[in-house]
Design a binder for this molecule. Sequence first.
Ligand SMILES: [Zn+2]
Ligand SMILES: [Zn+2]
Length: 320
Amino acid sequence: MLHFTFLGTSSGVPTLTRNVSGLAIRNSKNKDWILVDAGEGTQHRIQQAKLSLKNLIAVCITHVHGDHCYGLVGLLASAGMDARTAPITIIAPKEIQKWFEATTELTDLHLPYPLNFIDVNEATQIQPLTDELSIQAHPLSHRVPSFAFSIITQYTQKKLDTQALIQLGVPKDKAWGDLQQGKDIQFNDQTLKASDFIQTHIQRVHAIVGGDNDQPELLAQSCQDAQLLIHESTYTQAVLDKVGQGPMHSSAKMVAEFAQQQGLGNLILTHFSPRHQDSAGQQAIAEEVRAFYKGNFYLAHDFDQFSLDENGQLLKIDKT
Ligand SMILES: [Zn+2]
Ligand SMILES: [Zn+2]
């Protein structure tokens, strides 16, 4: 199961109720978590969300615009305050590494732990992070190179075929335990092979988190296997038409139409322009999504939490 905490849902600038982009994603089997984007102020949001920088294993930066990365160096510096030695993987445009290196030099910053920088262009091949978690980047279309990230958790569950053992009359004692551990056993002068009695199920959860993007259809192929798309929806279509194509963002309609065409089960929209953050603005976005998409969708607010399970069921977690 994957667990999501939105740390910032405003586009461009922070507002009184929403910070700029940041999303924490945790594999629910342990405390390890990944951060996608780190707008200014993200480390304060991390504290408020009761996440620990100690358990942060990777940061993915979708693109170099400040509302997605200006918080990165500060939070990496804070992560080093308690003598951390475990590395952090950074998957980002290579300019982010240059910026980080210039800042460390100019501000006398010395991290006590290593950073493992991966150029996002190389992460278009799948990158295993841990035994269960992996990440893959997908190019998008924006004013600067921008990427989406597939976050995939996959693990194998092994279950003993107890029905078959009961039918054969194998007593439920040490024999069952041995088979469960992969040991062959002797029963009534026969060898029972553990491999014949262990059923393996592969549990897989796949979510895609987009960066800024004006062509959702670029994610058509990667979304085929995804249970959830998290995508920017900066404006309604009417406002996008007024603003024009220059900023290279998506409207709610564009994302909703794409999700409908793909048959995507779940959609979460984020990165709202300040003009769409009051209740009328949110309602306008929601109505537009509803008009073009029949699946399960949410408009994210800061500190909203969601879980996504192996069956593709997305739930909003009640914080009360
Ligand atoms: Zn942005
Ligand atoms: Zn941008």
